[in-house]
Design a binder for this molecule. Structure first.
Ligand code: PLP
Length: 404
């Protein structure tokens, strides 16, 4: 008689996006004549850049010939990509990461969900509130969460780091001591980013208490201000306490191509003397057979001079949307955060309305779909998330509706 992993049964349904879908579909059925603009989407809309398209075509052609065909990729990823990553993403920022500390994957959602596997089930996890839900759910599945308190919406064994208006959406060091600390900067959903000083304080703390920081830098390419670290390895001592997760999805429009990587420094050793690099290499080799040669060639194209220029143009396009949203909402008298170093705008609901009430109000009165902040955690209540990933035309149209 088989039994299931009971931890999965603890998880509430993936309520947020299905509920949004349901409400939008119901409204559309009742009002088929009304045009809806989606400012809630977390997916990109711009096509892949010419250098990437060229690399994809060339790689596909190589696969057509016996002498240039590629099968399984090396465990850690192709060297041409790992070396390009070091050259572009780390060396210019003074981060001494070596290519064999980089593990290429097919995206950072899997990495951010899987990384907890190499840690003891006893580990205490700390997450920001609001938070990218994958960090929490993957730890619930692994049995680290304890029970869900349905009133507070919090798991009993997870430490929550409130990110609020009062603390500028920057998590503060908790009273209880965690073992695993998930940080995401620039942040999804709040769109805010930590300064080098703020991140350094976390690195110092993690080293002091022998905790590991799992640093999600999926949105680093959107940083526009000085003083905001693009990598946690810009902080002193980070190589002994931090793993960094990176993605090509939002940087280069790879949500459909799939490519990411994780950095596990060799200097990162657990309290019981085990190299996390060795464990992650073992896990990667056992459970993952590599991103395809084609994906990795496309990734390498992103990291060329030409590819970087095209990526910056794409990011400029989205960040112009972010600027339009921020400015438009502020001029409409609303309070907004984020949207300067990230493609997300965190809008405070007027008159203390609940996230879902304001969601309904925007849908029914302006035909605009946003994401209710409460879906990212209790501290997201009273906010909604808007994204800059739509088209310029739709973004302008949506903001005109707000103003009107
Ligand atoms: N990390 C964060 C914070 C994200 O918001 C996302 C995607 O929305 C991801 C990771 C996932 O990226 P990928 O497409 O590489 O799986």
């Amino acid at each position: 008689m088989f039994k299931v992993n009971q931890n999965y049964l603890r998880l509430p349904g993936s309520y947020l996006f299905s509920e949004i879908g349901k409400r939008v579909a119901a409204w559309q059925t009742e009002h088929p004549e009304k045009e809806i603009i989606r400012l809630g989407i977390g997916d990109v809309t711009r096509p892949l850049s010419p250098a990437v398209i060229r690399a994809l075509h060339e790689a596909v052609d190589e696969m057509a010939h016996e002498d240039t065909f590629h099968g399984y990729s090396p465990d850690l990823g192709y060297e041409f990509l790992r070396e390009a990553i070091v050259r572009r993403d780390f060396a210019p920022r003074g981060c001494k990461i070596s290519p064999d500390e980089i593990f290429v994957s097919d995206g950072s959602k899997c990495d951010s969900a899987n990384i907890q596997e190499i840690f003891s089930p006893e580990c205490i996890v700390a997450v920001c509130d609001p938070v990218y839900p994958v960090y929490v759910d993957s730890n619930v599945m692994a049995g680290r969460s304890g029970a869900l308190d349905t009133v507070s919406g919090r798991w009993e064994r997870i430490i929550y780091l409130p990110c609020t208006e009062e603390n500028g959406f920057v998590p503060e060091i908790p009273e209880e001591t965690p073992d695993l600390i998930y940080l995401c900067s620039p942040n999804n959903p709040t769109g805010t980013a930590m300064t080098l000083e703020q991140l350094q304080a976390w690195v110092d703390y993690a080293n002091r208490v022998s905790a590991v920081i799992l640093f999600d830098a999926a949105y680093e390419a959107y940083i526009s201000e000085p003083g905001i670290p693009h990598s946690i390895y810009e902080c002193r001592g980070a190589k002994t306490c931090a793993i960094e997760l990176r993605s090509f999805s939002k940087t280069a429009g790879f949500t459909g191509v799939r490519l990411g990587y994780t950095v596990v420094p060799k200097a990162l050793i657990s309290a019981d003397g085990v190299s996390l690099h060795r464990l992650w290499a073992r896990r990667h080799g056992t459970k993952f057979n590599g991103a395809s040669y084609i994906q990795q060639r496309a990734g390498a194209a992103v990291l060329t001079e030409e590819g970087q220029q095209e990526v910056w143009d794409m990011i400029d396009y989205y960040m112009e949307n972010a600027r339009i949203i921020r400015k438009g909402l502020m001029e409409a008298g609303l309070t907004v955060y984020g949207g300067i170093n990230a493609p997300y705008i965190w809008l405070k609901t007027p008159q203390g309305q609940g996230s879902w009430d304001y969601f309904d109000f925007l849908l029914k009165n302006l035909g605009i779909v946003v994401t209710p902040g409460a879906g990212f955690g209790p501290c997201g209540e009273g906010f909604v998330r808007l994204t800059a990933f739509g088209s310029l035309e739709n973004t302008r149209k949506a903001i005109a509706r707000f103003r009107a």
